[in-house]
Design a protein around this ligand. Structure first.
Ligand code: PLP
Length: 354
């Protein structure tokens, strides 16, 4: 039985995307490959609202989180931590031998720009990390306000948009994001395996002064090859075919603004349902349009619900880590249709007699 994935990634991939991926193999030093990555990059710039260099790597998103740290942290970074993935960025910094401090917020809270400003005013840091959309808690950070604060200081702004890019408008250049990264298996609705980032000139200049950038994810190596319209290593060619197709579909068939609106609508539907039957885990104003984190106020048995949904053709998502029993999550991102979300919520109503 095929099951619809209501987990926050990977998400369902449309049949036509799979079809676009099943093209004959090409060589990664051939002209067709250069054209393929050029066309992807051209459209990624539109998706991300940026003129910065864009690198596409065969990796999951965590690889590029590590790359951002290795290439862009010189002395010490500040990690804004309000959930599992923003905490991960601190762990990565430490694992790579960087000095780092956590600026902690409660799970479910959004980062407070005022406290970020205070911390950066110590002038201890040359980089700062932010997770735009905390998938573990369903919180979208107020990035415009945070960006205004970050820009007052001379720090490199590293932003994870893993579960928001392609669903929520993120204007990279306007927000002056130095490194903006994401994977393709969430709001982009592609199979996992590609990670993408934009890197500002400023960040590239800085990385020249940083040693131990590593080999596989060295931004300067990526830049050198990009100048020849190549990649340092073999690209994930079938996924790149899928990406080119999906970008065209997003930009020219659905349209970016329509895609953002569909996600806003799905967010509203999931929040309304959550408030009517349970409660929201985050404050509503920071509640994400791609993943709704529901506070389990009725103390339902999430594993039992998961099993019942599985038997009816759905994959349900428990809460993340320490929130496993206290919350559960409803993902509504990618190519998910509004009607499909409504059907899913109705199925939960039936199972729980709501
Ligand atoms: N950042 C965020 C916000 C995520 O949601 C995830 C995965 O769920 C990651 C990073 C890590 O992504 P990956 O498993 O592709 O490395």
């Amino acid at each position: 039985m095929e099951r619809k994935l209501f987990i926050p990634g990977p998400v369902d991939v449309s049949e036509d995307v799979f079809k676009a991926m099943s093209r004959p193999m090409i060589g990664h030093r051939e002209r067709e490959y250069s054209r393929l990555i050029e066309e992807c990059v051209e459209n990624l710039k539109k998706l991300m609202f940026t003129e910065n260099n864009i690198f596409i790597v065969p990796s999951s998103s965590t690889g590029l989180m590590e790359a951002a740290i290795r290439n862009c942290v010189k002395e010490k970074c500040l990690n804004i931590c309000n959930g599992a993935f923003s905490d991960r960025w601190y762990d990565i910094a430490i694992a790579n031998g960087k000095n780092a401090d956590m600026l902690k917020f409660e799970w479910g809270d959004a980062p407070d720009p005022k406290l970020i400003d205070e911390k950066l005013s110590t002038n201890e840091y040359d980089a700062i990390t932010l997770v735009h959309n905390e998938t573990s808690t369903g919180v979208t950070a107020p990035i415009e306000k945070i960006s205004r604060v970050v820009r007052k200081h001379d720090v490199t702004f590293l932003v994870d948009t893993v579960s928001s890019m392609g669903a929520i408008k993120i204007e990279v250049d306007k927000l002056e994001i130095d490194v903006c990264l994401f994977g393709v298996q969430k709001a982009m609705a592609l199979p996992p395996g590609l990670a993408i980032c934009s890197v500002s000139e400023r960040a590239l200049e800085k990385s020249k002064e940083i040693s131990n950038r590593g080999y596989y994810f060295d931004f300067l190596k990526y830049l050198k090859y990009w100048k020849k319209k190549q990649t340092p290593t073999t690209g994930a060619i079938s996924l790149l075919h899928g990406l080119r197709y999906q970008l065209d579909k997003i930009l020219n068939k659905e349209g970016l603004e329509n895609r953002f609106k569909r996600h806003e609508k799905m967010g509203r539907i999931a929040r309304k349902w959550s408030k009517a039957n349970f409660d929201l885990f985050p404050r509503e104003e920071f509640s994400s349009n791609t993943v709704t984190c529901v506070r389990n106020t009725m103390n339902i048995d999430c594993n039992k619900l998961k099993e019942e949904l599985y038997n009816r053709g759905y994959v349900f998502s428990n809460g993340y880590g320490k929130l496993a029993d206290k919350t559960f999550r409803i993902a509504h991102m990618g190519d998910r249709k509004i009607e499909e979300l409504k059907e899913y919520l109705e199925t939960i109503n039936e199972i729980l007699n709501l």
